[in-house]
Design a protein around this ligand. Sequence first.
Ligand code: FSX
Ligand code: SF4
Ligand code: F3S
Length: 361
Amino acid sequence: MQRVNISRRDFIKICIKTTALMGLPYGMYTKVAEAAEKVVKPPVVWLHFQECTGCSESLLRSNHPGLSEFILDLVSLEYHETLMAGSGTQAEKSLQNAVTEYKDSYILVIEGAIPTKENGVYCQIGGKTALELLDEMAKNAVGIISIGTCASYGGIQAVEPNPTGAVGVWDIIKDKSIINIPGCPPNPYNFLSVILYYLTFNKFPKLDKSNRPLFAYGRKIHEHCERRPHFDAGRFAEKYGDEGHKNGYCLYKLGCKGPSTFANCSVLRFNDVGVWPVSVGHPCIGCTEHSILFKKSIDEKVQIHNPTPPDTYPTTKPIERGKGADTITAAVVGTVAGAALGAGAVLAKKLPKEDDCEKEN
Ligand code: FSX
Ligand code: SF4
Ligand code: F3S
């Protein structure tokens, strides 16, 4: 760690943060740290298919001291087209060497979707299609991590009419543990935590029905959103740049998919400066949800309850002392309607959810 400029203090801080993220008791961070210090690193083969490389970028451009170095030091990266120094036949040889040397023990990381039409001709590396490469490399892997929404579910490539027949890894490989870490791009800490979980417990974490680690995707972002009090009080931004938007009101009416999106963005945040889409005024577009991302337009509202116009979204104004009853009534109606929306969300939370189911992996 010192070699890659990570101080003991930073090392412990990252271990504590990931321990909390994995939902483990605080004291477990010592076990996580021990696992991270293991001399034998798990070999990782990382393949790129149809994607923008944003997943690797988000991991490498993190500005937390040494996070990318930390991640890259945890594993033995045998092959990664964007990062490796070798190219051409030299690179292909290192891929074959990895398969021979680490048969049945390497973790296969896939970034990007896999085109399936015309026998997969739309993505080829070293003369092999992504389909062939995935099939070949999956056979001898101990497990597969699909990083990003593209590798998990097809992502932007799979948008109708999906000209290349792009799909996610789990649509093709059926006989391996597949851990989906969706997000476009995903938070690097979620990837780091899956690796640390594997190193600590020698198995992959529990997954939801969409094969996402429950510790990271077990709750809706709406539950911990800082704009939630505005949602509950019926205070919404109506248009970009209006007073509500400037005042940090809830973005539901601008199409925020937070009430239907399972992810930890509102808690974990991005770039180590505490931001996430909603905090900077953009509605969540549900980038971790295969039924939402690129399927619902940005301004389309997700259903929370059956709205009963016209008082579902009343205009709300701050209650000012000494003002007429109208203003107060508007605010009170707004609060009641907002509470109804909130109650709808709470009720929905108690109903069985598609992703509530846990899977042993
Ligand atoms: Fe996809 Fe990754 Fe979106 Fe890009 O490479 S998840 S297009 S941000 O980054 O695969
Ligand atoms: Fe936050 Fe969006 Fe939920 Fe509003 S709808 S509280 S902005 S997650
Ligand atoms: Fe994606 Fe929504 Fe989080 S768009 S990054 S799931 S806030």
